[in-house]
Design a binder for this molecule. Structure first.
Ligand SMILES: Cc1cc2nc3c(=O)[nH]c(=O)nc-3n(C[C@H](O)[C@H](O)[C@H](O)COP(=O)(O)O)c2cc1C
Length: 371
């Protein structure tokens, strides 16, 4: 008689547990890059002592994916897939709708594996008019037919799909992906076959201008550079691990291109970009916008404000960001974000050194293939 087979735990259970551990660590632990900043502290504006503007004339509005946002902010994709994550998605979607800013859902891998979890992402009714972004990892996207991805997007009523790149995090995660081939072909397929715009995003290690340009050439509409200096997923995985994974994670906790450097390298190219990774207030956002970003994404500070003060806490954090951004526009004599982008900027030596390193590589190699 054959042995009865032990029932394996459902694969999504471990995914759910991982989601819970991530949220828990983000709420209470030190999860930011320990030794690296965004380098946005190296950017300064030139003060305009007589701006000839009234504060009420300053406009923060911006177009994004065919919709008009009241301010250039995105609550970056964070969660979904475990029952308790629904309230976070619902409440942050409510805040996004009220502030007329964009809202990103977390990775929909869990709902792709178990359709009965779809409700934890379905918050369109709370944000009927603003931009909602669907989300999936590049490895899952590579393995999934376009028709199934289209269903994931439609099921949440999204205006666009974010495909996230996170090789550093995966390598630290004992159960993470190890094969990152076929990424460019996947981006080309999705750009060609999906009906909604495609955004390619990192998750806190940055995207170089060379790779951003290549992704844009393949059809990605926006590149969210999500650089280093804010949340470090390598550090989070290392906190969740023991033994060799924890040691490897601790070594690589500050891996990545600082957000300011990734933005500076893209300035002057035609690649439309979203800034994120370590933006913590409206002044950081203003610097990112002045470097050419179309939109500013924030994840950890919104989540923390929500943990502390619920929906009202998240909203008042975003109101503070709007207020600081409006202050920068007035003090630089900019009536709009387009005018802010034309302002002269002081750029410090470390950022310039990063730019030199990134562009020297390109000059030497003349190829757009790597890094
Ligand atoms: C709790 C949490 C969960 C996240 N989950 C996802 C995710 O599912 N998909 C994704 O593309 N990015 C995810 N991110 C990454 C963010 O979208 C963002 O790129 C990164 O955290 C850097 O921004 P920050 O420094 O403002 O947190 C998550 C971030 C946080 C804090």
């Amino acid at each position: 008689m054959s042995e009865p087979k032990p029932t394996p735990p459902p694969p999504a259970a471990s995914l759910e547990q991982r989601k819970r551990a991530h949220l828990d660590l983000c709420a209470r632990a030190e999860v930011e890059h320990p030794e690296k900043t965004t380098l946005l502290e190296e950017i300064d504006f030139v003060h305009n002592a007589l701006p000839e503007l009234a504060l009420h004339e300053v406009s923060l509005s911006t177009e994004f994916l065919g919709k008009t946002l009241a301010a250039p902010f995105l609550i970056s994709g964070m969660t979904g897939g475990a029952p308790e994550t629904y309230a976070i998605n619902r409440d942050l979607a409510i805040v996004a709708e009220r502030r007329r800013i964009a809202f990103g859902l977390g990775s929909q891998r869990a709902m792709h594996q178990r359709r009965e979890l779809a409700w934890t992402y379905q918050v369109r009714k709370f944000a009927p008019s603003t931009v909602i972004l669907a989300n999936i990892g590049i490895t899952q996207a590579a393995e999934t037919p376009t028709s199934a991805l289209r269903e994931l997007i439609e099921a949440v009523g999204a205006d666009g799909l974010c495909v996230h790149l996170n090789p550093a995090q995966e390598l630290i995660q004992p159960e993470g992906d190890r094969d990152f081939r076929h990424g460019y072909a996947t981006i080309r397929r999705l750009a060609d076959e999906l009906d909604v715009p495609l955004i390619v995003k990192e998750t806190g290690c940055g995207i170089s201008a060379t790779i951003a340009q290549r992704l844009y050439d393949l059809g990605a509409r926006y590149i969210d550079i999500s650089g280093a200096g804010g949340t470090s997923w390598v550090r989070i995985e290392s906190l969740r691990s023991a033994g060799a994974a924890a040691t490897l994670g601790a070594q690589f906790a500050s891996w990545g291109i600082p957000t300011g450097a990734a933005l500076l390298a893209l300035r002057g190219t035609a690649v439309p970009c979203i800034a994120s990774g370590g933006l913590r207030n409206g002044l950081d956002a203003a610097k990112a916008l002045a470097l050419g970003a179309q939109l500013c994404g924030m994840a950890l500070p919104v989540l923390r404000a929500y943990h502390t003060g619920g929906t009202a806490g998240a909203e008042s954090f975003l109101v503070e960001c709007e207020s600081a951004l409006r202050t920068v526009l007035l003090l630089t004599g900019s009536a709009s974000l387009a005018e802010l982008r034309k302002q002269p900027l002081f750029i410090g030596p470390r950022l310039n050194a990063w730019l030199e390193a990134l562009t020297a590589w390109e000059r030497r190699n003349g190829s757009r293939a790597n890094p």
